[in-house]
Design a protein around this ligand. Sequence first.
Ligand code: GLN
Length: 208
Amino acid sequence: MTTIGVLSLQGDFVEHQAVLRRLSTDVRQVRTPDGLRDLDGLIMPGGESTTFCRLIQDFNLYDPLRAVIKSGLPVWGTCAGLIILAQRASDLDFPTLGALDITVRRNAYGRQVDSFETNLSIPAIADGSSRPFHSVFIRAPVIEEVGDGVEVLAHLPADAGPAAASPVALRQGPFIATSFHPELADDDRFHRYFLDIVRQQGRGYTPK
Ligand code: GLN
């Protein structure tokens, strides 16, 4: 059976866990380096990236998480999780994990659109229908730069105000990231998309 770890130091890990369980996936709450053993995939949830980074250091998880990324284990970051996976995050006084060749700016949607919901077209997760994905943004980061090796899976609509058309879902090899929160939508297509990547990769990760 596929085992997905959800980093459970802070933030909305329970919501990810609930969706994965509904999809009959074995879920493990990860709080220690040992908890990374024999995983098939890992989710870094939303929360507060500064707190996350501090706890990652306090729980001695920074080097083990870097090793997980280096090993090519599929990892998905949502919102704060995306910030932590980025190579460059302005306004964050902690090292990130550097899985994705992107530059992000925290809390950069501006006061008026601080938190919002919108429907996105995401062809990669389409299940034969063109049903839009209802997406919840909560003090999300803006993705300012995207490297050549990064595939943009979704943009904000062109009429979405100051950050119109900016990228909000990405993939770089086994790593995916969303600046919104699919775990809060009543729609499991993004979780199924991640599980498909995990199955294609098809192996457990054991720390050395
Ligand atoms: N604003 C948070 C941060 O900068 C992210 C918010 C979220 O994960 N919903 O870390």
